[in-house]
Design a protein around this ligand. Structure first.
Ligand code: NAG
Ligand code: NAG
Ligand code: NAG
Ligand code: NAG
Ligand code: NAG
Ligand code: NAG
Ligand code: NAG
Ligand code: NAG
Length: 488
């Protein structure tokens, strides 16, 4: 059986027939990362950045300084290593000019080797030892911008700065003149070495993060036959407390040829509206997303279905229909039967306030099987109205439908007129016991929401409003899941 009713997805009551227009570069799924979501991501990034930044080796520093009494001393600091960085406070702030990330009150600890030499008359005097350096009150500032580049996200580093305010140096061993000499001669140089080292590492990290974002897949697989087009459309929208993304969001065929369709879509403004503003993420899906799935599976001819097993198997034997369609039994006594159901148009999904509906139009052909030959005897047109519920399973948006009512009419018959009121209960039973459970096993799996690998939707709340399904949720991140893209 083909995944026939996969597409009943969610559901209402429009006339049969579907809009056929081209899809252009419209967005049917919008995502909004709230300030809380940005804070969450920022903490992940900052922690990951720091732990992969240390140990950070800086290049050697050499200097010749004139020390009172001693004279010209050549001093070298080598093996300068930042081995610990502590970020005391950090924040992320989107704004029209970009996303600022600021870490202030940052401290770092360095270890290094020192060595000096000088000549007194003709004797060369030298000594060496180790030193530890504490950098306090460092501020790190990044300004990033996000752009849409041919459907991918481009992360642009607009500004990157690291400013050291205060340095304290401790020597292990050495004379006190040396201590003072090093402090005087090197304080500034160590400070700028730290500033440059960290800035360089951050710039590298941002460029890796950029290529990670650029290489985000443009399709998310849904099953063997369909994927979700997650191509970015338009530049991300930066407000002072959120970042919004728009993606195409329609189902596209993987192995089957499907004509281009466009879905009825009032050019609604970018909007993800989460009533609970303390959620990290909002994802808003236009009903066109569901209708694109509907059209895809319909066109791929998966919505055809031969029913040859039902709970009451006697109904697939002309004997069982003896009193319902006497002429059928008379013509084909004791014959096996099957029901050939095919949708006559893609199911139409309609989302309205607190409600998801689907209208399904199908032809049900009654077949008699005579020695392996299938003989169609009559065809009944069905219009089924379903209502649906939507839920989140893992990162999938899944659903379930139930039939509210249906209407049927005889389309054609080779066995004369049929008593529709007698057939109606049987068809209703088939809908309830075969068709809906089958649909619901497929709908129950759902399709993946566009969420980056490693993140999991949590405590989701779903709102149905005019033509939109909005999922507002928090996300968690699997620690075991390395943020492999962060090289820092
Ligand atoms: C996916 O969406 C983009 C942006 O709307 C569009 O340009 C592209 O043609 C779509 N891909 C397919 C296979 O439909
Ligand atoms: C360089 O510093 C690291 C860590 O501080 C230390 O383990 C290593 O032994 C040092 N190397 C030399 C040659 O002093
Ligand atoms: C690093 O430096 C801070 C002061 O800036 C100090 O409190 C901390 O103990 C140092 N950590 C190590 C491991 O030396
Ligand atoms: C995918 O399409 C094939 C036919 O090309 C069909 O047999 C299969 O059931 C479909 N799978 C799903 C998950 O729809
Ligand atoms: C964000 O901007 C709006 C106006 O555009 C303003 O009312 C609001 O106070 C701002 N919020 C913050 C946190 O700056
Ligand atoms: C909003 O979401 C937060 C966290 O997800 C939850 O703790 C809180 O109870 C929610 N508030 C309402 C009014 O639903
Ligand atoms: C049809 O049903 C009758 C009565 O239940 C049974 O005797 C007969 O074998 C069945 N015919 C077929 C082809 O299964
Ligand atoms: C099922 O019925 C449709 C017409 O509704 C027909 O095109 C198709 O060939 C039939 N399939 C089988 C296996 O009889």
């Amino acid at each position: 059986m083909a995944p026939f009713v996969y597409l009943l997805l969610l559901v209402s009551s429009l006339a049969p027939g579907y809009a056929q227009i081209q899809s252009g570069d419209q967005a049917f799924i919008s995502l909004l990362i709230s300030q809380k979501g940005l804070d969450f991501v920022k903490d992940l990034l900052v922690n990951k950045a720091i732990s992969s930044m240390v140990p950070l080796e800086l290049s050697n520093i050499e200097k010749t300084a004139k020390i009172p009494v001693v004279g010209d001393v050549h001093m070298v600091l080598s093996n300068i290593t930042i081995y610990e960085i502590n970020v005391v406070s950090s924040y992320i702030k989107p704004g029209e000019t970009g996303i600022s990330i600021i870490a202030s009150g940052t401290t770092c600890n360095l270890s290094m080797n020192w060595r000096y030499s000088y000549s007194k008359w003709i004797i060369e005097i030298s000594d060496s030892g180790t030193a530890s350096v504490q950098v306090a009150g460092m501020e790190i500032r990044l300004v990033l911008d996000l752009e849409d580049q041919e459907g991918s996200l481009k992360l642009v580093l607009k500004d990157c700065g690291c400013f050291v305010k205060d340095i304290s140096i401790n020597l292990d061993g050495g004379a006190s003149w040396l201590y003072q000499g090093i402090v005087n001669a090197f304080e500034g140089k160590i400070g700028s070495a730290v500033e440059n080292g960290i800035s360089k590492k951050l710039t590298e990290g941002i460029s890796k993060l950029d290529s990670f974002l650029c290489n985000l897949p443009k399709e998310i697989l849904v099953d063997d036959n369909a994927s979700l087009n997650v191509t970015f459309v338009n530049d991300p929208l930066l407000s002072n407390s959120s970042i919004g993304f728009e993606i195409n969001g329609l189902f596209i065929a993987r192995n089957v040829a499907v004509p281009d369709y466009l879905y009825r879509h009032e050019n609604s403004k970018f909007s993800v509206f989460c009533t609970n503003s303390s959620k990290m993420l909002g994802i808003s899906l236009d009903e066109a997303v569901f209708n694109s799935a509907s059209v895809l599976y319909y066109d791929a001819k998966f919505m055809h279905w031969i029913v040859d097993k039902i709970p009451d198997q006697s109904l697939l034997n002309t004997t069982g229909w003896r009193f319902i369609i006497p002429q059928l039994y008379k013509k084909y006594p004791d014959h096996d039967m099957n029901l050939n159901v095919s949708l006559s148009s893609p199911p139409i999904v309609k989302i309205s306030d607190h409600k998801a509906d689907a209208s399904i139009f199908a032809d049900l052909v009654i077949d008699v099987v005579e020695e392996d030959v299938v003989i169609p005897v009559a065809c009944i047109s069905l219009a089924i109205r379903c209502s649906g519920t939507v839920k989140i399973i893992g990162n999938n948006l899944a659903g379930a439908v139930r039939a509210d009512d249906f209407a049927m009419s005889l389309k054609w018959s080779n066995i004369g007129n049929l008593q529709m009121y007698l057939i109606q209960p049987i068809v209703w039973t088939v809908i309830q016991t075969v068709f809906l459970p089958y649909a619901n096993t497929h709908l129950g799996k759902g399709f993946p929401l566009p969420v980056i690998h490693g993140f999991t939707v949590q405590d989701a709340e779903i709102t149905l409003s005019n033509s939109r399904v909005t999922v507002c949720s928090d996300v968690s991140y699997a620690e075991s899941h390395e943020l492999a893209f962060l090289p820092f």
